[in-house]
Design a protein around this ligand. Structure first.
Ligand SMILES: [Zn+2]
Length: 320
């Protein structure tokens, strides 16, 4: 096999084993920032491509502290138009306008959000080196974005204003090439993509080499659901399904279940019930009310119902 082909196949084999899908928590407080918690902001890192979910005040500094790169950020998803989820966005997009990295940013939000942000940015950051687009979403369950490697769905939630959660799912992955068998059967490099897609190899002499001889099973596709903010909705579990990681808001502890209901938020136990009923693999807490001093109580209450709970905090990076 020529050297260049060998190199390319090796690159393919390495690429196939890569599977980095991480969730960076930039802010997991609620409406009132405290010295311990920032307002809502989460960054999804899928193979180095960044997507932000909500952008509370201070998000851009938190983004830099985690050494994330603005030129890798192409999508921002807003769950709803409350200040603690949006007010960091004008500042961050203005800062990005100072750079000259180009590229494009798409903000996924309701029509009202696009109108407000357009007005603010046309005033404060008219000169932009990047292209700014809006994808108008509705408060409903819908597929809103497909990239090469991910699909993104909205899930309608029930809060005091129109609100959606987001589910990010990896697309089916290509099968793994078995290097030795490729060499043995002298499969040309030009055939590799077809093998990874599941095709058999037909040799120049007409022999058919079945795909399962040349490749092994693809990795499982992973999924992340981001549910903030919402009143407890038992039926939500079936709409989320068995995701690998579920961030579900845990604004209140059980002693404040009444307030949770009145403010259209959830308790840690309610979030844990959704995780259990959805068949999620892990639950990530968050959106903590500023009234509490000790976050460990969120973990304790949630874990009684759903043991695979991870206590969220600023700076945490969770692998999906
Ligand atoms: Zn909120």
């Amino acid at each position: 096999m020529p050297e260049i082909e060998a190199f390319n196949i090796a690159t393919f084999c390495n690429f196939a084993s890569m599977s980095d899908f991480n969730i960076h928590t930039l802010g997991c407080g609620s409406a009132k920032p405290t010295p311990r918690h920032q307002p809502s902001c989460t960054v999804l890192n899928h193979r180095g491509n960044l997507m932000m979910i909500d952008c509370g005040e201070g998000a851009q500094q938190a983004f830099m502290k985690q050494r994330l790169k603005f030129n890798r950020l192409n999508h921002i998803f807003l769950t709803h138009l409350h200040g603690d989820h949006v007010l960091g966005l004008p500042g961050m997009l203005s800062t990005m306008a100072l750079g000259n990295e180009g590229g494009s940013i798409t903000v996924h939000t309701f029509e009202e959000g696009a109108d407000i942000l357009t007005k603010i940015l046309d005033f404060f950051a008219r000169e932009r080196s990047y292209q700014l687009d809006f994808n108008i979403i509705k408060p409903e369950d819908a597929l809103i974005l497909e990239t090469k490697s991910l699909s993104v769905r909205t899930v309608k939630l029930h809060h005091r204003v129109p609100t959606v959660g987001y589910i990010f799912e990896e697309k089916p992955k290509p099968r793994h090439i078995i290097r030795d068998m490729i060499d043995f059967h002298k499969v040309p490099f030009s055939y590799i993509n077809r093998l990874r897609a599941g095709e058999d190899y037909i040799a120049p002499d007409g022999r058919i080499i079945p795909n399962h001889i040349l490749t092994s099973e693809a990795d499982r596709s992973l999924s992340y659901a981001h549910i903030s903010d919402t009143i407890y909705m038992p039926e939500l579990a079936s709409r989320i399904g068995p995701v690998d990681l579920l961030m579900h808001e845990t604004t209140y502890l059980e002693e404040h279940a009444k307030e949770a209901k009145a403010r259209f938020h959830s308790t840690a136990k309610q979030a844990a019930s959704v995780a259990r009923d959805a068949g999620a693999a892990r639950l990530l807490t968050g959106h903590y009310s500023s009234r509490y001093r000790d976050d460990s109580a969120f973990l304790k209450e949630a874990a009684e119902i759903f043991p695979n709970t991870v206590l969220n905090r600023e700076g945490l990076v969770t692998t999906v």
